[in-house]
Design a protein around this ligand. Structure first.
Ligand code: HEM
Ligand code: HEM
Ligand SMILES: [Fe+2]
Length: 440
């Protein structure tokens, strides 16, 4: 570790491992409920499990991005973080707010808006916490010796993520307007500013791991930022087809969102090309696997499977079905979960001083979780297509169709078990590394 304060990242990553474990448990609760085994219904009904599962996901990814920033920024700016103590305060506050929200969901204290379920009073606390985070990162860059493209893109992505949380808090009684603003948060995060965070973290990982010149790697960042803004902003229209917004969104949303896969394709080519160009044997093969894997699976999950249902003619049938869940799993996993697991894999040997990165267990974690997630995606896809056919083509009623497709969730549970084995292995490796050390 070049700078002592980088080790703050360890605690953010440890929190990620904990939240990810909880997320998986709630996934199983829903998987079994879909199969007809809903024994926990009176304590954890499906809506509670769903809100908990997805909010835990968003929370551990944001925690992971913050950890990544605390690790990356000192090295890029060439100075220690402005305050390590405040970084710990920020983490603890974030966890307290997050856990309060999750507990609240179990007592029906929530807003009922998919992905933005956190009750309003807690929203304000989230805003304060994130402002503190942005200040710590911003001030470190400002006082640092060096401004790099990587750190600027990372900072801008994080700052925009914070600002874009606000439209979700605009009060309105109109269902249409509520949906309209909700997508500014949900869509413009994952298909806009989070892509900047992704491009920047990939850039850092590739600079460190391939030995290719920074100038070459950072040039790609401009291309990615360009593609993202060109397609992602107006691409929001693919959520405005049928919510009561004007008709022109059918055209605007269809055309621009169809271009969105380009940014993910650029990221995949970028990562693979740089790794090839570098040509040197990496001293952390596991981290390079996660880095390249992230760039490829994000293209498959977000780019390819996103495109599969983005045209209005298709979305009319697939909207809000398990086809969406199919895409949601692979996209979140490929782009953002793998990204966080990549920076964790890269930084752990450096932060702890223990060279345990390339054990067979690490490769097991990588392949098992990824094969498991691909299988889960297939299971959701098959269930989704059956659902679309029975419900939207043949016109059977929603609950009748849910009964018909119960059998597909047996496959989902099997696939999810494989996935979970991989995640357990990953967490096991994380624990084996032990605590961070001050030795450089
Ligand atoms: C990493 C990037 C992405 C992530 C994490 C992601 C994730 C998700 C999630 C979770 C949903 C469900 C949202 C909700 O209903 O509240 C969704 C919906 C959707 N996504 Fe993505 N997505 C990504 C990129 C893309 C891309 C690039 C496209 C198009 C090419 C796309 C097309 C769609 C469409 C059309 C829907 C609406 C589905 C419906 O009508 O039910 N997504 N996405
Ligand atoms: C053991 C593993 C998991 C299982 C069994 C599981 C299962 C499920 C189920 C049954 C749903 C609800 C689908 C519905 O609405 O009917 C769901 C939703 C969701 N899960 Fe998972 N999940 C798992 C892990 C994950 C992981 C690792 C991620 C992200 C990387 C993830 C992301 C999501 C998202 C984004 C949604 C919302 C999808 C949508 O908007 O349609 N899940 N999950
Ligand atoms: Fe979208």
């Amino acid at each position: 570790m070049k700078y002592k304060s980088q080790k703050v990242a360890y605690w953010f990553f440890a929190a990620c491992m904990l939240l990810l474990s909880l997320q998986v448990i709630y996934g199983f609760i829903m998987g079994f409920a879909h199969m007809g085994f809903d024994g926990l219904h009176s304590i954890i009904p499906f809506n509670t499990a769903r809100a908990t599962h997805t909010n835990l996901l968003v929370m551990w990814l944001l925690t992971g991005f913050m950890g990544a920033a605390y690790y990356i920024i000192p090295e890029e700016a060439e100075r220690e973080l402005v305050s390590v103590r405040l970084a710990y305060v920020q983490l603890i506050a974030l966890l307290v707010v997050g856990v309060t929200a999750i507990i609240g969901f179990h007592f029906n204290w929530w807003e009922g808006r998919k992905f933005l379920e956190i009750p309003r009073p807690l929203d304000y606390l989230v805003v304060v916490d994130v402002l503190l985070f942005i200040y710590l990162i911003g001030a470190t860059i400002w006082k640092g010796k060096r401004y790099t493209t990587t750190s600027m893109v990372l900072f801008f992505g994080l700052l925009m993520t914070a600002l874009l949380y606000l439209p979700g808090m605009i009060p309105t009684d109109s269902q249409t307007m509520d949906s309209f603003w909700r997508w500014w948060v949900v869509h413009l995060w994952v298909e806009g500013v989070w892509e900047l965070i992704m491009g920047a973290i990939l850039s850092f990982l590739l600079i460190k791991q391939t030995g290719v010149d920074r100038e070459v790697i950072e040039k790609w960042l401009y291309i990615i930022v360009g593609f993202t803004f060109l397609s992602g902003i107006l691409g929001t229209g693919h959520h405005y087809y049928y919510i009561g917004t004007p008709k022109y969104w059918l055209m605007v949303g269809g055309v621009f969102s169809a271009l969105e896969p380009l940014a993910f394709l650029a990221m995949a080519i970028y990562a693979i090309a740089m790794a090839k160009k570098g040509g040197r044997s990496p001293d952390n093969k596991t981290a390079l696997h996660w880095t390249i894997g992230c760039s490829i699976l994000s293209f498959v999950g977000a780019g390819f499977l996103g495109f599969a249902h983005t045209l209005p003619q298709v979305n009319m049938y697939t909207h809000g079905t398990l086809v969406t869940a199919m895409h949601g799993h692979m996209a979140f996993w490929g782009a953002y979960a793998m990204l966080v697991l990549a920076i964790i894999s890269y930084s752990m040997p450096i932060m702890t001083g223990r060279k345990l990165q390339d054990t067979p267990m690490n490769m097991f974690a990588f392949w098992t979780s990824n094969i498991g997630m691909v299988a889960m995606t297939v299971a959701f896809g098959v269930a989704g297509i059956a659902q679309v056919y029975l419900e939207r083509k043949l016109g059977l009623d929603f609950l009748g169709v849910q009964k018909e497709i119960e059998v597909h969730f047996f496959g989902l549970i099997l696939a999810a078990s494989l996935f979970t084995l991989g995640i357990i292995a990953f967490i096991w490796n994380f624990i084996r590394f032990g605590l961070p050390s001050d030795q450089r």
